[in-house]
Write a new protein. Structure first.
Length: 104
């Protein structure tokens, strides 16, 4: 599957229990079409004590959500936007905002 966002992109959630929240993409999982966004879809995980976490207990962490539930967030026009690909004079391809033309 092809995912329309990349790691370190700023996205906004458009549907689900966390709709309206913005965050940075921490990880992209193209095999399942999911992304992990910082501060979105927080779940509680029961952790056994181990070398990294000596105490164990209940920890909070981000879980994956479908990439179709997020849109790229343009910091210039402060809105969710679709992206267009534009080829520059030197032959490189960049992603641009459909609304204001800002490059990502």
């Amino acid at each position: 599957m092809k995912v329309h966002v990349r790691k370190n992109d700023t996205v906004i959630v458009i549907s689900g229990q966390d709709s309206g929240k913005t965050g940075e993409v921490l990880k992209v999982i193209p095999k399942s079409g999911k992304v992990i966004v910082k501060g979105v879809n927080i779940v509680s995980k029961h952790q056994k004590p181990n070398k990294e976490n000596m105490q164990g207990g209940i920890i909070k962490k981000e879980a994956a959500i479908y990439s179709s539930k997020v849109m790229l967030y343009c910091t210039k026009c402060k809105n969710a936007t679709r992206i267009a690909n534009k080829i520059l004079e030197d032959g490189s391809k960049v992603r641009v905002c459909k609304k204001c033309g800002e490059t990502f």
